[in-house]
Design a protein around this ligand. Sequence first.
Ligand SMILES: *Cc1c(COP(=O)(O)O)cnc(C)c1O
Length: 408
Amino acid sequence: MNLVEPQLQTATRLTHAGRKSKEQAAVVNPPIVRASTMLFPDVAALKNACGTRRAYGRHGNETTLALEQALCAAEGAAACMLTPSGLSAVTTTLLALLQPGDHLLMVDTVYDPTRLFCEGFLRQIGVTTTYYDPLIGRGIADIMQTNTKVVFVESPGSLTFEVQDIPEIAAAAHARGAVVVSDSTWATPIGWDSFDLGIDVSIHAATKYIVGHSDALMGAILTTEALHQRVRKTYAQLGLTIGSDDAALALRGLRTLASRLATHRDSAYAVARWLQDQPEVAEVLYPPLPGSAGHALWRRDFKPEYACGLMGAVFRADITEQQVAALIDRTRLFGIGFSWGGFESLILPTCPASYRSVNADKWTAPMLRLHVGLEAVEDLLDDLEQGFMAMRKNQDLARDRNYLKAVI
Ligand SMILES: *Cc1c(COP(=O)(O)O)cnc(C)c1O
């Protein structure tokens, strides 16, 4: 593989990993191989290829292998499996590591469709799930059962942004023979040293920052050598694969990941600070921001130069959903939509309480989620200012209506 030595800086590895070396002097990008059937010159060659990844299109081709290699190099993983969506990367991993009768410890702040899979398919095949407080830390040891096989982490959670103590959780899990699976979408492959923190399988919704341009869905499962074959067996049995056109889009996204993230980060800090100054905002949920919840753990476990553009904001309890809607509707640069990690800014009202089993009553005030994109931050702040003004106007109208009702 080309230039993936760990001593090289992240941005350098992202630029060169998965490409041919200088001596091989090929085109810059691998060709987009559109192929199902691979052909062999004779029976001996056919037999040689059987059972290898060169046998048939579903097992990979030059384009998808280049993306796998580049992702492995980016995160320091032994193996990578590419799936048609982030969600299928999660479900495939859980299916590979859990059997009927097993127990799963799932972080309560998990991406909601992951929870639906636990409550649906996993329950149906006899796997039980316990949801735990993301801030449990070493306390996880007390709720491990003899049949707990997987501890699932997602840090920070993508609505309420609690930062988990992954080294403590991993130590407790490993001491009892369980493995640690992480939905690392917020961290991306370059935000932390996932495997050094104790994670065994690191999953990405590549749909987000890796693809980075909101034009393809994809998942990636990155594993240690120890778990590689177990996960690959299930992955292969399920028949999962991705198209080469999407692989090329993800590879293109990966090349600019570090520089895009630097802009997302700088603008996100500015937006987070601005939000903190608004009287209607009770709390900004952005762990990289000094003084915010989870900041100390974030500083310990994430790379100092890393942060992304996703954050939350909690409003004062007297702000109504209607006022938040007025804010959102008034912005012009923030699109209203699910997902994040693309070049564009997004805004969404959130209601985490409806997806929680632990501490649901902590999240009853209206909330926002913001993805800070690559637009000029001055324009984004102006746009938010307009939104907040619309919210205040809405507030005044509500007050006037109440006043009128009171005097009539
Ligand atoms: C979006 C997302 C997923 C799912 O990814 P898809 O590609 O949309 O299936 C999983 N986990 C997290 C944290 C996400 O944000």
